[in-house]
Design a protein around this ligand. Sequence first.
Ligand code: GLN
Length: 245
Amino acid sequence: MDNKNEIILELAYLYPDLLNIYGDRGNVLTLSYRCQLRGINLNVTPIKITEKIDPEKVDVYFMGGGQDQQQIIVSEDLQSKKNDLISAIQNNVVFLAVCGGYQLLGKYYKAADGTELKGIEAVDLYTVAGDKRMIGNVMCEEIESGEELFGFENHSGKTYLGSSTKPFAKVIRGGGNNGEDGFEGVRYKNIFGTYLHGSFLPKNPYIADKIIRLALERKGIKMPEINIDDSLENLARKKAEKLRY
Ligand code: GLN
């Protein structure tokens, strides 16, 4: 049935076959689910190596995490998508990037053996591999809202933000960006960069809704306000709160 009033959002899932550890795909599932509850149709298009993106069409980008080996392939391919992605970001397209994907939005990721993986330089940040992995259950607080966030991190990369960017969250428990400054992730334009896997959005539906809201607002559409039963999500959050790092 062709419904003229149907709200449609387009999500480009970058490198689903290469960047998808710790169930990062769950972020896309949560966005689809929460859109569906609101009568929004989220079209998900996987974008693999060498495949083109259609920058005019995309409302939300998602890129997950991966090991250095996968990041090398992605880093090279991203150079051909760099200009389109930067202009999308400048046009306030929403972008969620996790861990390895987050690192590649910045200037570079310098791996432990000294190899420098180019990022797309969309955000003023860089990452260098440290000699200790940060692994564990993170608890932090979104700076914008004070909302508690939960997720699982596993990275050796230490990310440092430049002066034109703001962190996403304040670390309560865990390593966060670098284990040094007490901050987690990045917020720039409509980018959410984070080290939190888990997956992230199923346990943090507040951020999932924020992503949907921002994507709709950019198109001049008001978010349909509905009551969602988040009892399972809240249970998961309660359990996550009790985990140790
Ligand atoms: N290879 C990167 C690091 O260890 C990213 C890891 C990840 O995406 N989980 O820093």
